[in-house]
Design a binder for this molecule. Structure first.
Ligand code: SF4
Ligand code: SF4
Length: 384
């Protein structure tokens, strides 16, 4: 959900305007019931709550519209935007929605073009026509990709992986950059049904990671896709941050279609039972200590850059304090390839970082190679 217009310390509430969707993508876990959508009254109440609960740290509010497919509720979205603007909040605000892009008609395009500075519309696009069509119901040709590039040239796309697209990962990422998208977000190996304990997935993934490392080493001014977008130098930090990874429960309130509020868009009745939700809601989300895995913090070198979803941790371990270790192996593999890319980018342009960051990055590259290369050597040989 990266957005160039977002503020740095933003408060990011989201409104689920509908559970319905006009597609049925291969990886979608939602049950799309056509009738459930947010009423204008519920939306207004949610907005009133949001602007009376902006945390002190926030220097801006980003209101995300979520679905299903949010553009099914375009008239409601317009009403909400008008309502917020009419309130004249005394803090900067912006709207954001990710769409499958298939419903945009001329009226919507005109409205979004008029509002593009306060409303960022992100596109879900999974790669080449073949990959996208496989994952997302043959919808590639229904999308006006240029419309997104024209209106939000700094915005990226959200790419979701399926079992099918794993073997095309590098080609798909490169294709999205070739269209003109500067940022390829959402490339997330840690969600979905992949069983990373199975060696066959590593055999598929390793050549893809190698091709991406080559590509980003060669195109060294390009911002790497979300998978490769990690700052290795922070692994060398003297003091590790005892901070939550995400804004769950404090910075990301989620309003369901009925107006009920949840800690984030994942921790909802869609994912958890009522009993689990009650236990979860008793958590003190403002205390970061409730989210620190001491073993990871103390023993794992890549702790500061290991991506986490607290909700997913809870789903596996029934606590926020323990991370989901089933992803460790794959995380270490990805970091190895990031180290490879960084080493080559630095060799090409030793001045790309200031002196301290350069030193920390080189130290991190050495330590990551020493620690993890041995784990994957057999796979690397087989993959070549
Ligand atoms: S890679 Fe594994 S051990 Fe390391 S921080 Fe992540 S979850 Fe913890
Ligand atoms: S728990 Fe997961 S889905 Fe929820 S805010 Fe954190 S990272 Fe996002």
């Amino acid at each position: 959900m990266e957005n160039s217009a977002k503020s740095v310390l933003r408060f990011c509430p989201s409104l689920c305007v509908t559970h319905a969707c006009n597609l049925s993508c291969v990886y979608c876990y939602q049950k799309h019931s056509a009738g459930e959508h947010m009423s204008l009254e519920v939306a207004r109440q949610s907005i009133d709550w949001i602007f009376s609960h902006v945390p002190d740290y926030a220097d801006g509010v980003e209101i995300d519209f979520i679905g299903g497919e949010p553009l099914l509720e375009f008239p409601l979205i317009k009403e909400i935007v008008n309502y917020v603007c009419g309130k004249q909040p005394d803090i900067p605000f912006i709207f954001f929605a990710t769409t499958n892009g298939t419903l945009l008609d001329d009226e919507m395009k005109a409205w979004f073009s008029d509002h593009h500075s306060c409303f960022c519309l992100g596109l879900s696009l999974d790669g080449t026509r073949a990959t996208h069509n496989h994952n997302r119901c043959n919808s590639f040709d229904a999308i006006d990709i240029d419309f997104f590039l024209r209106n939000w040239p700094e915005e990226g796309v959200k790419m979701t992986l399926s079992e099918y697209s794993l073997g095309h990962l590098a080609k798909d990422v490169k294709y999205l950059h070739s269209l003109g998208f500067k940022d390829v977000g959402g490339v997330n190996l840690y969600e979905g049904t992949f069983d990373w304990d199975k060696d066959e997935y590593l055999t598929i993934l390793i050549p893809q990671l190698a091709m991406l490392a080559d590509y980003y080493a060669e195109h060294d001014t390009l911002h790497p896709c979300q998978l490769f977008d990690k700052d290795l130098s922070v692994c060398e930090s003297q003091t590790k941050d005892r901070k939550k990874w995400c804004g769950i429960g404090t910075g990301t309130p989620f309003f369901d279609v009925d107006g009920r509020r949840y800690p984030c868009s994942f921790v909802t009745p869609m994912t958890f039972t009522q009993d689990e939700l009650e236990r979860i809601l008793a958590t003190d989300f403002s205390n970061d200590e409730n989210f620190i895995d001491e073993e990871c913090l103390n023993d794992c070198y890549i702790y500061p850059i290991c991506p986490q979803c607290s909700g997913a941790n809870y789903m596996i371990n029934k606590t926020f304090k323990k991370r989901n270790r089933s992803k460790c192996r794959i995380q270490k593999l990805v970091v190895l390839f990031i180290a490879d890319m960084e080493a080559r980018r630095i060799a090409k342009n030793p001045k790309r970082y200031d002196e301290i960051k350069l030193y920390h990055t080189i130290e991190a590259i050495k330590k990551i190679r020493e620690a993890y290369l041995g784990m994957f050597e057999a796979f690397m040989v087989n993959a070549n």
